[in-house]
Design a protein around this ligand. Structure first.
Ligand code: SAM
Length: 282
């Protein structure tokens, strides 16, 4: 039985990092005319109301998106992400926060398509209500990792995949790596974004080592932690491992992460931008 509900965490620092990277990646894919697919293996409900009982219970958004909403003089590379938040909240108050499928649906063109997977019955219903009537969107109540492998290679030969589990099951940590390895064998040129929480540093190191053992070249690690590493404190930060990242992304994040760290942790957090496997031609 799944108990994780993203509504408690929508708009927190981890969502800011993940969605910023997603928007920059989609923005890059949109520069070419050729259509592509966006695949979201763990899609969530798609849209979140920040006045809901769930969001208000944790108020995690206050340290995340709320700090950017108020900020002035934001870096240029952050604009496409903030524009999405503004489009959802045309007034002065921040009422809604978009999930990853919502962001993708708003950015993609008529010729692009979205393939979304969500297992939780309530989130599946919400996702269908929020995005199901869009002709470009296919929503499946199916395991997203199995579903992903069934879609590859996509007929478009271009795709961005977000793998964003809740890691409720300890087996998720191994399953995401073996799925990525198989996905890369079927479709080596796609971009894959694998999100992870920083709860125990050792677990993150194990994921990086397992990814290095797949032999996949050029994997970029982006991480942002508002809190120092710890054990027993819950999530202190989060990151993404990215296969075939847009070539501009590492440089953009080098500029953005110090700024985000000021906004979200008064400069007290820490971050990483590093390739964990060598690029193909090096
Ligand atoms: N990607 C979303 C976003 O950024 O807005 C958030 C997703 S949330 C972290 C993870 C979601 O995965 C939850 O809604 C959960 O119900 C769903 N889930 C858990 N196991 C799943 C599985 N095996 N296949 C598909 N969805 C699953």
């Amino acid at each position: 039985m799944l108990s994780y509900r993203h509504a408690f965490h929508a708009g927190n620092h981890a969502d800011v990092l993940k969605h910023l990277v997603l928007v920059l990646t989609l923005d890059y894919y949109l520069r070419k005319d050729k259509p592509f697919w966006y695949i979201d293996t763990h899609a969530g409900g798609g849209l979140y109301q920040l006045s809901s009982a769930e969001a208000q219970k944790t108020r995690e958004f206050a340290q995340g998106i709320q700090t950017l909403w108020k900020a002035s003089d934001i870096p240029e590379a952050l604009e496409p992400y903030r524009q999405q938040i503004r489009a959802l909240n045309p007034g002065t108050k921040l009422n809604y926060y978009p999930g990853s499928p919502w962001l993708a649906a708003n950015l993609l063109r008529n010729t692009d398509q979205l393939r979304l997977f969500e297992l939780h019955p309530s989130d599946f219903t919400a996702l269908n209500q929020n995005l199901g009537s869009d002709k470009r969107v296919h929503v499946s109540k199916q395991d997203g990792l199995k579903g992903l492998l069934g879609l590859l290679p996509p007929i478009t030969r271009r795709a961005v995949t977000l793998i964003d589990p809740s890691y409720e099951l300890k087996t998720d940590y191994n399953d995401v790596i073996s799925t990525l390895s198989k996905a890369h064998q079927r479709f080596a040129t796609g971009t894959y974004l694998l999100w992870y929480p920083v709860i125990e540093r050792q677990r993150v190191k194990q994921m990086a080592t397992a990814l290095q053992q797949t032999g996949i070249p050029g994997i970029l690690q982006l991480e942002y932690c508002p809190l120092a590493d710890s054990t027993g404190m819950g999530m202190t930060g989060s990151g993404l491992f990215i296969i075939n990242p847009p070539w501009l992304l590492a440089g953009q994040m080098q500029t953005l992460l110090p700024w985000l760290n000021q906004q979200m942790a008064h400069g007290n957090g820490h971050f990483t931008v590093a390739y964990i496997t060598p690029e193909k031609n090096t």
